[in-house]
Design a protein around this ligand. Sequence first.
Ligand code: FES
Length: 207
Amino acid sequence: MAKTTRELGLFLPPEKERQLRELEGLEAEQQSRVRRRMMFRWMGWGAVAVLLGQWSIGFLSFFTPKRLGAFGGTVVAGAISDFKVGDVKQVRDGKFYLTRVPEGFMALYWKCPHLGCTVPWAPQDPAMPGPPDGGDQAYTDKGRFKCPCHGSIYNRYGQIIQGPAPRPMDHFPIKFDAQGRVTVDTGPSKAISRPVATLDDVTPPPS
Ligand code: FES
């Protein structure tokens, strides 16, 4: 608070003193208005900067090629000829299991569709029935996926057999390259979910 003219040892007639006070009040109000305006202006520029930053990240990630051989990109799972019916291979880089079923290949995302735990393969456990058709029991007697968190159990097609999971394990698209290798498109956006496992989910090898 500014000192009064009396406090400063000056004398002004009361009317002048009052006018002086009014002027000081107006000036203070004007300054606070300017400060508020500046603050809103900076907030506006901040919001624009955040939007621009987000847009640039989206733009760059859209035009930047995905890393090869890592989750989020294309991962080579092995040569077609390396697999026989019933085999299950964990491919850590792509976070999936490549399963060889009689009809072809499946790449099962290892994230449990219940609450997201990583589902391990239990090769010594008993094989599971279908769907589709007779499931794994139609061609083998060992192996199943069993989630350690709440006990969901899946067969080699990813079909949920038992437990709280609401649907089969998701799977990734598979292709075969010119060198006879199995390649898998990975990443959360590539995961395909389904209400029930069918033979349409299986990618047959080239004949
Ligand atoms: S997270 Fe797998 S059963 Fe719950």
